[in-house]
Unconditional design. Structure first.
Length: 334
């Protein structure tokens, strides 16, 4: 591993320079701990477990742990392992997700299941989560309880996504529930870990956790929109991947609600695997469809909900950084 720290939050303009430097220094320590944590006596396991960490990523969840602690005492030593725990948990789920999705690429590199097969990928995900759990044991029962609850929600979100909405359940409501469990839960818990180990007062922990839960919803919805709106692979994902694979996301659900006869062709292309020519046609139709603006409004609503929570906190560099993250998440969707 190169040791370079991926930059997401730190690349935002207008972030307080002292705060940015402190977060950067802490992320370097987190990165070192991540490398150490996946080392094994077995070379294959070490290589497989390091695979996704070496492929990069913004370390978004680890950054939230460190940033939330700035509402209290950001020098507490437990914060580095806590940040590593949430990042390892996230990475563990990616190994399992790629097996379930039969993904060929992850962060621009061949997925673990493509490189070593499904069995190794699943076991590697289990190993990474085991290493996270080992760190948790040293952080106390409250941390273990929070992680267990969060992991339960992550699994529930995956099950809901796999099974689809039950009869009588609105598909959009179901989809938002999937996002809540599968994405927003760990992002919210990242902030809660930061508050917990940063000795932040309980009321502020609750506020920042709720803000990050809404931010997590916005984060995933931005990905949905980016998959349609992006004209390049700069996001690390080929535009239209969800469309090609027949995966329905929020703008598609909104398009399927249309009663306009002119939308019948688009609706016929959604929710099934597509040939390349069909995918290009569907992308062109969806990009100009009112469903995109409707999905953008939903995304904006979640970002606004996060900001509303943050506005109750005293002005500080940490609060400003969280508010800038809200702006970043909305802007990246376009």
């Amino acid at each position: 591993m190169s040791g370079a720290v991926p930059s997401g939050f730190l690349a935002l303009p207008s972030v307080d320079t002292d705060l940015a430097r402190e977060i950067q220094e802490s992320l370097e320590k987190v990165e070192e701990l991540l490398r150490e944590s996946v080392a094994s006596s077995d070379p294959l396991l070490t290589e497989a477990a390091s695979h996704l960490l070496e492929a990069g990523g913004k370390r978004f969840r680890a950054t939230l742990v460190l940033l939330a602690a700035h509402f209290g005492d950001p020098t507490m030593p437990e914060l580095i392992p806590a940040a590593a725990v949430v990042e390892l948990t996230h990475v563990a789920t990616l190994y399992h997700d790629d097996v379930m999705d039969e993904a060929e690429l992850r962060r621009g590199e061949p997925s673990a299941n493509q490189r070593w097969g499904n069995s190794v990928a699943i076991l590697t995900g289990d190993y990474v989560f085991a290493r996270a759990s080992e760190m948790l044991a040293d952080l106390g029962t409250e941390a273990v309880r929070l992680q267990a609850t969060t992991f339960g929600r992550l699994v529930q979100g995956q099950i809901l996504e796999t099974s689809g909405p039950r009869e009588g359940v609105d598909p959009v409501d179901h989809y938002l529930k999937v996002i809540s469990d599968k994405t927003a839960s760990l992002i919210a818990s990242s902030a809660e870990f930061g508050g917990m180990f940063g000795k932040v007062d309980p009321e502020t922990i609750g506020t920042v956790t709720r803000a990050c839960d809404a931010l997590g919803m916005a984060f995933q919805l931005a990905d949905d929109l980016l998959d349609v709106a992006s004209e390049s692979t700069d996001s690390g994902k080929t535009p239209g991947t969800d469309l090609r694979e027949g995966v329905l996301t929020l703008p598609m659900f909104y398009a399927l609600r249309s009663k306009n006869p002119e939308d019948e062709r688009l609706k016929s292309l959604l929710g099934r695997p597509l040939e390349e020519s069909e995918a290009e046609e569907a992308l062109a139709l969806l990009r100009v469809h009112p469903a995109m603006a409707e999905a953008e409004a939903t995304l904006q609503g979640w970002a606004d909900k996060a900001r509303t929570e943050l506005e109750t906190l005293p002005a500080s560099p940490a609060r400003q950084a969280f508010e800038l993250l809200c702006d970043y998440v909305v802007e990246r969707s376009g």
